[in-house]
Design a protein around this ligand. Structure first.
Ligand SMILES: O=P(O)(O)OP(=O)(O)OP(=O)(O)OC[C@H]1O[C@@H](n2cnc3c(O)ncnc32)[C@H](O)[C@@H]1O
Ligand SMILES: [Mg+2]
Length: 201
């Protein structure tokens, strides 16, 4: 059994990462969170791309623990805001991880932008880094529309204002399994699974 570290300090994101991997039933691995390893300092996420940040988080985790690590860097890219908040999604309103304030700020910035220009995408770069130094990073995207009023209690972050393409409910109104099936994170992690299997099983 190989232990694999999921290097995220966002509890709700971590739940999704664990759930998606559990559904894939990868044989021979035991997934653990950062609470199972001694604390180590968190490097600031200063990369210009989701991929750079995901790799940096996974590399830090491997360097500190010696375990293979998976990290996710993700966010919302809004067309009418030229792809922002993008890599700044977690701290868009200033403080880190204030989901309600971040979402309110994006809604305010979009203002009266009409339906046809309220498109955007959730993006997730997922990185797997091994103690040998081997690395792989993949990207999943999930397109949708930004609504004017938040709806739903599931998920986290910008889920209450994002209606996935082809649907009518926000991603905060989807059941967890429905979100995982479609989401940027589900897509990225499922792309990573064959690499995980090859590297560790
Ligand atoms: O870096 P870690 O420790 O993993 O945790 P974090 O919350 O800082 O994570 P990110 O740096 O990747 O920032 C992602 C932000 O993008 C938003 N986001 C990412 N995935 C999302 C999702 O599935 N639904 C809603 N918002 C999401 C949300 O605001 C997150 O805080
Ligand atoms: Mg972060």
């Amino acid at each position: 059994m190989s232990r694999v570290l999921l290097a995220s300090r966002n509890a709700k994101k971590l739940v999704e990462l664990e759930r998606i991997l559990a559904a894939e039933q990868v044989a021979g691995i035991e997934v653990v969170g950062l609470d199972s390893v001694p604390p180590f300092p968190e490097a600031p996420e200063t990369g210009a791309t989701f991929e750079e940040n995901a790799l940096a988080k996974a590399r830090d985790a491997v360097a500190a623990t010696g375990l293979p690590a998976i990290a996710d860097d993700s966010g919302l890219a809004v067309d009418a805001l030229n792809g922002m908040p993008g890599v700044l999604s977690a701290r868009w309103s200033g403080g880190h991880g204030d989901d309600a304030a971040n979402l309110r700020l994006v809604l305010g910035q979009l203002g009266d932008v009409p339906e046809e220009r309220r498109g955007g995408a959730f993006v997730c770069a997922a990185a797997l880094v091994l103690p040998s130094g081997a690395e792989v990073v993949v990207r999943g995207e999930w397109r949708g529309q930004l609504v004017r009023e938040p709806r739903g209690d599931n998920g986290f972050g910008y889920d209450p204002i994002f209606v996935p393409e082809g649907g009518t409910r926000t991603s905060a109104e989807l059941d967890p399994a429905e979100k995982d099936e479609l989401s940027h994170r589900g897509r990225a992690l499922r792309m990573l699974v064959p690499h995980l299997t090859t590297a560790l099983a």
